[in-house]
Design a protein around this ligand. Sequence first.
Ligand code: SAH
Length: 227
Amino acid sequence: MPVSAPVGVGLDSAAVRARMVQRLVSAGISSPLVLQAMGAVERHRFVDSALVNQAYEDTSLPIGLGQTISKPSIVARMAELLLGAEIARESGVLGRVLEIGTGCGYQAAVLSRLAREVYSMERLRGLHDRARVNLRPLHLMNVHLMLGDGMLGYPKGAPYAGIIAAAGGASLPTDWCDQLAIGGRLVAPTVVAGGQQVLLVVDKTAHGLKQSVLESVHFVPLKSGIA
Ligand code: SAH
């Protein structure tokens, strides 16, 4: 018997995605660039075949090795925040972006449509390899996958217009702020006093760093070293 397309996301996956994009609009996402990217990247190709039917629900899903793909609304929210970097507002595009936590590669594919170059780092070899397999058919020439400890950033690609973390630590690694361009923006989940994890936005200006604390979030922990 031929392998059939997954129910609900086969030939009509564009329609399912369009509905997801409508929900993102209702949830307050307004950047046309972000909505376009979310409508274009096929999220069902990044999750396990058993989870394909949930790929366009607004939910995080397991991607193996105890990690999760973030829910679409948080990917869109963080991407929109990144586009709000002063350096992007001036030129209309993001230059180089560093992503910490490639996971299955989904967010990297979304970012590839918003930035000139995407450097994405993953500390787990199994997921780094999986992302490579997931992204290969998309031929995204501007996505560079690296195996390494993202807590140290990736100095070779610096300075970055944007840095985005998909894992949350107890504090922001200083290397990230150092590797940010003037006018660049960092968006990262971080645990604050009281143990709550929140979304932090750090803007680097000519006069120093400006930090904003946004809504509470639930990301997997940022860990050091390669495994
Ligand atoms: N953006 C991903 C989400 C992955 S979940 C996606 O679209 O699928 C977060 C990822 O961060 C996990 O894969 C985890 O292994 C990774 N991670 C945690 N600490 C890290 C570190 N110090 N350096 C690189 N990756 C890290």
